[in-house]
Design a protein around this ligand. Structure first.
Ligand code: HEM
Length: 124
């Protein structure tokens, strides 16, 4: 039987590690960190967004969680995220996946999914 993307991500614990690494990088990335400063000032909001990102990844990769956050369009509408900011976020995701030692095909699958969300995130 082939493994699901959820399994290749290391299930819930692996996804949590990945999300923590992504969030840490977003907070340090000079291109996008300003976007996350309001969240960083309210740790429970940051945790709620990180939790939702975990569930989003878990549900989307075939795991048992149910995403209860807002849709990508609803979440990012009004932010007017630029193409440059979107690429900066993808850079963070790639660096975080390398830090978490995900294999190359898993990294490609995640990058492909993340890139496909561009129309639901950029310039809304
Ligand atoms: C593939 C790329 C991205 C994905 C999958 C993604 C996903 C998400 C998810 C799941 C949430 C939590 C939603 C909720 O709690 O209801 C979120 C929140 C957020 N995202 Fe993104 N995002 C992406 C790119 C970006 C980019 C490029 C920016 C800006 C530079 C951005 C800025 C934010 C901010 C500021 C929040 C917090 C909103 C709030 O709670 O007020 N995101 N994102």
């Amino acid at each position: 039987m082939s493994t699901t993307l959820y399994e290749r991500l290391g299930e819930s614990a692996g996804i949590r590690d990945l999300v923590d690494a992504i969030v840490r990088r977003h907070l340090e990335n000079p291109v996008i960190r300003k976007r996350y400063e309001p969240l960083a000032e309210e740790p429970e909001r940051l945790e709620s967004a990180a939790r939702n990102l975990c569930d989003f990844l878990e549900e989307g990769s075939g795991g048992p969680a149910t995403y209860q956050g807002r849709s990508m369009v609803e979440t990012h509408r009004g932010m007017n995220v630029s193409g440059e900011e979107f690429l900066a976020a993808l850079d963070d995701i790639v660096d975080a996946m390398q830090e978490c030692d995900l294999d190359e095909s898993t990294q490609k699958d995640i990058l492909h999914i993340a890139y496909s969300l561009k129309p639901e995130i950029v310039r809304l």
